[in-house]
Design a binder for this molecule. Structure first.
Ligand code: FES
Length: 192
C-alpha cells in the first residue's frame, strides 16, 4: 500500500468504513488525489488543509473536513507525528457510549465529556493505545469501538478502555468546530 502513496506529501489520512473489510485503509495524501488499492472499494476523498512543512514542524493546527467522512466511518490522520482517529458515530454507537455506568469504567469519564456539545456524532481521539502505543483497529473488539491487537485492549465507542492492559482511555485532543462540518485540532491531549 505504501508504494501507492503519493510522494512528497507531509500529512496523510486514511478512511475506514464500518462495512466490508475493516482492516482496509486508504491512505490519502493531503490535498492530493486518492490512491485506491487493487480490489478496494471506491472510497470518498478526504480533504484537509495542508500547511507547509515549516508550519507543520512548528505545530500548526490542522483542519479536517468532516463532510467527507461517511456515516459510521472514520479517518485516521497523522498530525505532529502522531495518529488521531476522527469517527462518525452511529446513533447506536452513541447510545452505547452514553448508557455505560461510570462504575463499569476503569477510567471513568462520561461520553459527554469526550465530545463537543451538540456534536455527539463526532469522536476525535488520539490513536495510540495507552498501554504501549500501538494503533488499535476500528470497529472491532468486545465493545464495538477499537481493539488493540498488540496485547488485547478493548475500547468502547467513546474510546474508553473497557478490557485489557491499557490503563486509560484514548485521549481527546484539543479541538474546536469551526463549522458544522469542519474541525480544527489545535493541541494534543495532555496524556498523549
Ligand atoms: S499496546 Fe495496546 S494493548 Fe498493548
Amino acid at each position: 500500500m505504501a508504494g501507492r502513496r503519493a510522494k512528497g506529501r507531509r500529512e496523510v489520512a486514511s478512511v475506514q468504513h464500518s462495512e466490508g473489510d475493516r482492516r482496509d485503509f486508504l491512505y490519502l495524501a493531503t490535498g492530493a488525489t486518492a490512491a485506491i488499492g487493487a480490489g478496494a472499494a471506491i472510497w470518498p476523498f478526504i480533504s484537509q488543509l495542508a500547511p507547509d512543512a515549516g508550519t507543520i514542524a512548528a505545530g500548526a493546527p490542522i483542519e479536517i473536513d468532516l463532510a467527507a467522512i461517511p456515516d459510521g466511518g472514520q479517518i485516521k490522520i497523522l498530525w505532529r507525528g502522531k495518529p488521531y482517529f476522527v469517527r462518525s458515530r452511529t446513533e447506536a454507537e452513541i447510545k452505547a457510549a452514553v448508557d455505560v455506568e461510570m462504575s463499569a469504567l476503569r477510567d471513568p469519564q462520561p461520553d459527554a465529556a469526550r465530545v463537543k456539545e451538540g456534536h455527539a456524532k463526532w469522536l476525535v481521539i488520539a490513536a495510540n493505545c495507552t498501554h504501549l502505543g500501538c494503533v488499535p483497529l476500528g470497529n472491532q473488539g468486545d465493545y464495538g469501538g477499537w481493539f488493540c491487537p498488540c496485547h488485547g485492549s478493548h475500547f468502547d465507542t467513546s474510546g474508553r478502555i473497557r478490557k485489557g492492559p491499557a490503563p486509560t482511555n484514548l485521549p481527546v485532543p484539543q479541538y474546536t468546530f469551526i463549522s458544522d462540518t469542519r474541525i480544527r485540532i489545535t493541541g494534543a491531549a495532555a496524556t498523549v
